[in-house]
Design a protein around this ligand. Structure first.
Ligand code: KIV
Ligand code: ZN
Length: 538
């Protein structure tokens, strides 16, 4: 990789820093699914995880690497503290990838040195230098981050960067760990590094930032103007606290305003050559995938991927857009992969038409997933006259993003109304094929269903979030339910879609319970099942 690429490299950390959002945790298969989507999106580097953190993280990085074994595959990166054991684990997990990067970091601000590391600056300099050199024994592509760089004394920062580059770092990442920077300040900091670190031209300067003041994207764009050539970001901006810089916002800003940014990359102002390698038409799909799997809903007014991002409500705006879209639109909804939601299929459509339309929408399903999705489509088509592109995406996402199935919803039945006590009966099938039935009364039909399910599953949990969204307008619209529940301080999400909102809510809950069950230690799962049985056989 050349130290000064002629475009902006997109480094996606959804699976590492993004997954650190409370409750966003993904299982190994889900991480592989997201990595495949990031590959299709065209990201240059996928930070797949922190292998030393847990066996699950190690396995996920390794499995993602197995899907990236071709020379043209994206680079897979693994995080490691500046410590031998971390670096060795990262190197081992990365082996199956064709293009590998280790990302090692150590904090450099006095606040972190004094209170967290309890080390002197001299010690930190030595550790950084030694560990960068050590990591280079395993990979040619090595990224070094001085954590909390933006609160680090600039002179010390310059010194550690220079030493890291001399020791073999090929990318230097500047993290605004606590989201403290103002855009101009951040830009000046990047310029300061370029001007004051004598060997800075031997490494790519990258930026990483959190959104505590809502400025991460603005900071990055200012950094680009001052020489940063790699942006570390996440899908939907998920991440620690207020999240990370959002990939879709950065990419679309660089796309829509490329004439503004071209000169900063030494290009003619009117150059049409894309500034990033991202296939922008994959953005919406990837955003939906990440929000469905993590249960982290996208706010409706979120830039680029929010439900209202391309909606025009006021009469004046609608009138303008009908006359000419550019009156109130700076980008085309199709450029991020939003289709015009045509009515495409109905109950008479066959498997071939279904498969062809999915391929046109960018879904390349395995035979098995296609068969399952087709069966589900047929069931929907029997209830809903017109199946649109958005419906199709919802059906497919729902089918391919299922967690390992411990419980399967066999039956849900509710009785409710203004003069009835909401009552639900549910039957869940267990892995051994046994069917467990129970019933409960609740404050409403969904509450009654969840209470009945909890009687069957018998693992204490607290529902902390419940949301319903309709995929399209109309009385027969598909409703999508996303929920999050908490068990022992861990959060598990569930997502499901159906034309019947109670069925969607029930499946979303089963989905989350399956995730919870997969995370339970074996004895706890056995105990729950053993005690569930008597209550459920009545
Ligand atoms: O925010 C941060 O400082 C990080 C580093 C590990 C790069 O995530
Ligand atoms: Zn971070």
């Amino acid at each position: 990789m050349t130290p000064n690429p002629d475009r902006i490299l997109i480094f996606d950390t959804t699976l590492r820093d993004g997954e650190q959002s409370p409750g966003a945790s993904l299982n190994v298969d889900e991480k592989v699914t997201v990595a495949r989507a990031l590959n299709q999106l065209g990201v240059d580097i996928i930070e797949a995880g922190f292998p030393y953190a847990s066996p699950g993280d190690f396995e996920a990085v390794q499995k993602i690497c197995e899907t990236a074994s071709e020379p043209e595959s994206p680079t897979i990166c693994a995080l490691a503290r500046a410590a031998r054991k971390d670096i060795e684990k990262a190197a081992e997990a990365l082996k199956p990838a064709a293009n590998r990067r280790i990302h090692t970091f150590i904090a450099t601000s006095d606040i972190h040195l004094e209170h967290k590391l309890k080390r002197s600056r001299k010690e930190v300099l030595e550790i950084a230098e030694e560990m960068v050199a050590y990591a280079r024994n395993f990979v040619d592509d090595l990224e070094f981050s001085p954590e909390d760089a933006t609160r680090t004394d600039p002179e010390f920062l310059y010194e550690i960067i220079e030493r890291a580059i001399n020791a073999g770092a090929t990318t230097i990442n500047i993290p605004d760990t606590v989201g403290y920077m103002m855009p101009r300040e951040f830009g000046a900091m990047i310029r300061g590094i370029k001007e004051n670190v004598p060997n800075s031209d031997r490494a790519i300067i990258s930026v990483h930032g959190h959104n505590d003041l809502g400025l991460a994207v603005a900071n990055f764009l200012e950094a680009v103007k001052n020489g940063a050539r790699q942006l570390e970001c996440t899908i939907n901006g998920i991440g620690e606290r207020a999240g990370n810089a959002a990939l879709e916002e950065l990419v679309m800003a660089l796309h829509v305003r490329r004439q503004y940014y071209n000169p900063y990359l030494g290009r003619p102002e009117d150059s049409q050559e894309p500034l990033t390698n991202i296939d922008t038409r994959q953005i919406y799909k990837t955003s939906r995938l990440v929000s469905n799997l993590t249960g982290m809903m996208v706010q409706p007014n979120k830039a680029i991927v929010g439900a209202n991002a391309f909606a025009h409500e006021s009469g004046i705006h609608q009138d303008g857009v009908l006359k000419n879209r550019t009156t109130y639109e700076i980008m085309d909804a199709q450029s991020i992969g939003l289709t015009d939601n045509r009515m495409v299929l109905g109950k008479l459509s066959g498997r071939h038409a279904f498969k062809t339309r999915l391929q046109e929408l960018g879904y390349d399903l395995s035979e098995d997933a296609l068969n399952k999705a087709f069966l589900r489509f047929k069931a929907f088509a029997a209830k809903k006259r017109e199946i649109t592109d958005w419906d199709l995406e919802s059906i497919v996402n729902d089918e391919i993003n299922q967690p390992p199935e411990y419980f399967h919803l066999e039956l849900v039945q509710v009785s409710c109304g203004d003069s009835a006590r909401p009552t639900a009966t549910v039957t869940l099938r267990t892995p051994s094929g046994e069917e467990l039935t129970d019933a409960a009364i609740g404050t409403g039909p969904v509450d009654a269903v969840y209470k009945a399910m909890n009687r069957v599953v018998n693992v204490p949990n607290e529902l902390i979030e419940f949301s319903v969204q309709s995929v399209t307008a109309g009385i027969d619209a598909i409703g999508e339910v996303t929920i999050r529940l908490r068990h022992n301080e861990r959060i598990f999400s569930g997502h499901a879609a159906n034309t019947d909102i109670i069925v969607a809510a029930s499946n979303a809950y089963v989905n989350a319970l399956n995730r919870l069950y997969a995370a339970l230690p074996q004895e706890e799962a056995d105990r729950a099942q053993a005690t569930a049985e008597p209550a459920a056989t009545r």
